[in-house]
Design a protein around this ligand. Structure first.
Ligand SMILES: [Zn+2]
Length: 268
């Protein structure tokens, strides 16, 4: 059985919002899930974000990433997060399924499935290495994305393709937020210079692909838990590897989604 859980931990900051770093009373701060609860994230910064920042991150990227890019894995894996009743609602309006390989052009025969027979596979977009790690200004536009394919197996529908409407920018922003919040939770901002990635998350800069990419030469990472987070030092940078759906990676290595890597800042 693959694990759909990850380790649970509560973190406490200094009474300031993790994003804007302004001081608030405890009642004015809301819990910040480092990985969204809707994909079974269970690391929480208690009283981590002010309401304004929480609303901004939800509305500007996280909700879109969860409801579009991550909808299929959420439904197929039965990840419901805190709203226990959201399973059936999520199962409606799944992406269209086509026979054969011609989906990208909208050709091929459209197939209809009841949700329990829906093809058991999903895809995640993959990026080039983060611009800061390779000295290239990648800006806010994604060039040549790739797609990683996860086959959950079991119903013999490997030859059909789902037309997944990726909204790539918000997904990349969500990955940036995960890396930043994990670094803040584990180290606080005395350990790395968070100025630039915080500006990205506060919306005063938009060059997300300088901060977020995929690892080029992946190492073996644990597949015991649904998601894994790891720190790395790359020259002067502190980075966080964000290994989503790690437990869905197959033993045989046919499901390959290289971890995302977030440059959270210069290590101090
Ligand atoms: Zn705030």
């Amino acid at each position: 059985m693959r694990s759909l859980a990850m380790r649970k931990q509560n973190y406490y900051l200094d009474g300031r919002c993790v994003f804007c770093r302004k001081s608030f009373t405890q009642a004015e701060l809301t819990d910040e899930h480092i990985i969204p609860e809707a994909i079974n994230g269970s690391l929480v910064i208690r009283h981590g974000s002010c309401k304004e920042c929480a609303t901004r991150s939800n509305q500007e990227y996280e909700n879109q990433a969860l409801n579009v890019d991550l909808k299929v894995p959420r439904v197929l894996l039965g990840l419901r997060g805190k709203s226990k009743g959201s399973g059936p609602r999520d199962a409606r309006h799944m992406p269209e399924v086509f026979a054969g390989d011609s989906v990208m052009g909208g050709e091929g025969k459209r197939l209809d499935f009841p949700i329990e027979d829906y093809p058991k596979h999903f895809s995640l977009v993959q990026f080039s290495q983060a611009g800061l790690l390779v000295g290239i200004d990648r800006g806010a536009t994604l060039v040549s994305p790739r797609v990683a394919f996860f086959n959950l197996g079991g119903n013999g529908l490997e030859n059909v393709r789902t037309r997944v409407p990726f909204i790539i920018g918000p997904f990349a922003m969500m990955i940036a937020k995960i890396g930043y919040c994990y670094a803040m939770a584990e180290y606080g901002d005395d350990y790395f210079d968070a100025t630039d990635i915080r500006a990205l998350l506060m919306g005063t800069r938009d060059d997300v692909y300088n901060f977020v990419g995929n690892v080029e030469n992946p190492e073996r990472l644990s597949t015991r838990h649904l998601h894994g987070l790891y720190f790395r030092r790359r020259a002067e940078w502190l980075t966080v590897l964000v290994h989503l759906f790690a437990s869905c990676h197959s033993q045989q290595g046919t499901n390959i989604c290289n971890p995302y890597e977030v440059v959270v800042g210069r290590a101090l």
